[in-house]
Design a protein around this ligand. Structure first.
Ligand code: NDP
Length: 285
């Protein structure tokens, strides 16, 4: 069977071009979108993600301010910083890079962010708005996945979508977004029994587990759409997804590569959310 590679890098580049024009337009009105990123601790992967975000902001003309905090910092200090950023009118978006150091309470920190500046969409307010079908900011990775499905005109309605992984960042919001588009959604996790029987029934299979080659060809139905969200670094330093791409691609109708699939969309959606936050705060939407 011949498959179509879902080129997230390309779709993201088109979206970024549009954002760049929008940013220029805002700047011509004296408005400078600005994203604040809080990075606590010395997680190497987080450092890398933050530098990608910083670079993309620069590319699109969005100002970014990075707050690098030590691993041992007191949680109260982060609360105080978020409070200051919430009240600073020149800051439009606030992002706390996850994971946070172990001693911190992630929920307590995230819920401090002003929902109007919650460009990651992880505050209880934004997640609640998504749940009641009236989203404000949608988490970037699931939002990017939906945009990829639409860019390739992949039918969602009436399809059986299986989401493997139930994190707040990916799995849960993604299943809500698929449900909103009238897919029949099954969510799987580490306690799911008979995973293979479930994934084999998926028309659209989305995988966010964080284990290289977790999904193998025998777990996939012929003609399925495969969305690989995983980002894993092998012992040889190679970046791979959660799906055994080489064996599965021949069975798939559409498949995302890693890298170059979902990853670039996540950053593009963050930029889009930052510009939207800016417009919202300036009363332009
Ligand atoms: P989490 O570790 O928060 O969640 C992993 C999920 O996988 C959990 O729900 C867990 O179940 C489930 N899981 C673990 N083992 C199994 C198993 N044997 N069978 C079925 N389900 C299982 O990860 P994230 O959601 O944050 O990230 C997942 C992957 O996506 C990672 O590789 C991450 O790097 C990547 N990622 C990529 C992004 C991108 O932009 N492309 C953005 C964000 C993440 P349980 O809940 O029961 O523990």
């Amino acid at each position: 069977m011949s498959f179509t590679l879902i080129n997230g890098k390309f779709i993201a580049s088109i979206i970024k071009e549009d954002i760049k024009i929008e940013v220029e337009d805002l700047k011509s009105k004296g408005i400078n979108p600005c994203l604040a990123v809080i990075l606590a601790g010395d997680n190497k992967a987080s450092e890398k993600y933050v530098s990608f975000k910083e670079k993309t902001c620069l590319e699109l003309g969005i100002k970014s301010v990075i707050f690098r905090l030590s691993e041992g910092i007191d949680e109260e200090e982060i609360h105080k910083l978020i409070d200051e950023l919430n009240h600073n009118p020149s800051i439009n978006g606030i992002l706390v890079q996850l994971p946070l150091p172990r001693h911190m309470n992630q929920n307590n920190i995230l819920q401090k962010i002003d929902p109007l500046k919650d460009v990651d969409g992880f505050t209880p307010y934004c997640l609640g708005r998504l749940l009641i079908d009236n989203p404000l900011f949608i988490p970037c990775t699931p939002k990017g996945i939906m945009r990829l499905l639409d860019a390739y005109e992949i039918q969602i309605e009436k399809k059986h979508a299986v989401v493997v992984g139930r994190s707040i960042i990916v799995g849960k919001p993604l299943s809500l977004l698929l449900l909103r588009r009238n897919a029949t959604v099954t969510v799987c996790h580490s306690k799911t029994e008979g995973l293979k029987e479930i994934t084999r029934k998926a028309d659209i299979l989305c995988v966010a587990v964080g284990v290289p080659n977790f999904i193998t060809a025998d777990m996939v139905k012929d003609g399925a759409v495969i969305i690989d969200i995983g980002i894993n670094v092998t012992n040889y330093g190679k970046v791979v997804g959660d799906v055994d791409f080489e064996s599965i691609k021949e069975k798939a109708s559409y498949i995302t590569p890693v890298p170059g699939g979902v990853g670039p969309m996540t950053i593009a959606m963050l930029m889009e959310n930052t510009v939207y936050a800016t417009k919202l705060q300036k009363g332009l939407v």
